[in-house]
Design a protein around this ligand. Sequence first.
Ligand code: FAD
Length: 455
Amino acid sequence: DPVLLWLRRDLRLADQPALLAAIEDGAVIPVYILDDDTPKHYAMGGASRWWLHHTLESLDASLRAKGSRLILRRGESADELAKLAEETGAKRVHAIRHFEPWWRNAERAVAKRLDLECHDGNYLAPPGSVTTGSGGQYKIFTPFWRALKATLPPPEPTRVPAHIPAPAHWPKSDSLADWDLLPTKPDWSTGFGKEWTPGEKGAHKRLKAFEEHADRYDETRNLPSVEGSSRLSPHLHFGEVSAAQVWHAVADAGGSVDVFLSEIGWRDYAQTVIGQYPDYGTKNGRDALDTLAWRTGKAADADLEAWQQGRTGYPIVDAGMRQLWTTGWMHNRVRMITASFLIKHLLIDWRKGERWFWDCLVDADYGSNSVNWQWTAGTGIDANMFVRIMAPLVQSPKFDAGAYIREWVPELADITGEAIHDPEEAGCRPRGYPAKIIGHREARERALEAARQAR
Ligand code: FAD
């Protein structure tokens, strides 16, 4: 009998344990189901859909080169898999296990109707497997990472199978074009294609490029004007490359590669957090700030919009928000600055920022996004304190963001020297660029007062 290979965000042929297990079982029917019903509030955002279109195209081509193909269906995952099983006579489903609460529900629903076999393989260690001495789950990153590191190296990655056995008859597939995953009016994605090549090949190209400078990661990763980090995040999110493949490619690079590996560790950590707190994307990890009076109403909405559009009058914030809109990605240091600005300077609920990132990021990831927003907000189980307020105008020169600002905020492109970080203060703010929507000191005092009231 044929078997179904249920693909979600594990869209690769190398180091893909579910694919290998399916091949062992018989003829393989690889299927991707576009499912907006199961995740509901967390249906894929616009930028992720752009990525999905291209990565599915690339995956289908790779499968065809191995004698196989990708079957596309749209609907509720468990229903669609059951239908496919009936059409094809498949009894078993192989899949990589995922930890988003909606995927865990879907896995339970599938297992009730079909023989579902879940495999690990997207993380350095299977989420949930790294436990404390007493068998509990870690809540804090540092001890978690220490314990995870003791389990490394991850297993040696496996190669792309030479051939994938095909069924005698292929079931019908949707046409990818009919899914309308790409934006049309307006097409905001023109900058995406310049920055990214979705798919397994594109992922390995990025990884190869990063190998050249992985040893200097720590010196450059905080500088937004320099390409110091790997830019692997969307590739890792969609599972085009596995964490084990990344680990084995760079672990011997020397220099500060350990710092990089610990960032991969944060990715694992985020999965253990959503495993313990499934609604971490919408609910504070600690309830201390549940009573914080976030601003709402017309003025707050206008501020939210200014933040989204990169028109706050803080050049580093605006550069980041525009990089996000144009490329679907933002530098990590600037993600921290922009998130902190929304939460503390504008006193707007972190969940509104989480939503915007969810829609705009090509690497939008339930675990990583919610863990990092809650870390910045000070609401997380392992988090910065709310009262530690980042000063964007200090961060900007400290991390030498001038060239980055000139690139992403064209109104400021001609400003030279240190004035770039705060043209308003330097008396050279061009007419087309907004004044600061709130002063730093005023914003800081308002945030501290709100925190005092919440206690
Ligand atoms: P590198 O520095 O090269 O790191 C390598 C890999 O490690 C990344 O690709 C990523 O998979 C992982 N990683 C690095 N930093 C973190 C981190 N802090 N938390 C979890 N994993 C990490 N990352 C996402 O993948 N998806 C998100 O939705 C996301 N939302 C974020 C929201 C906020 C407010 C902040 C502050 C950070 C967020 N991050 C998110 C984490 C981080 O900013 C990105 O992973 C990183 O910028 C991606 O660029 P890179 O691949 O060059 O990272």
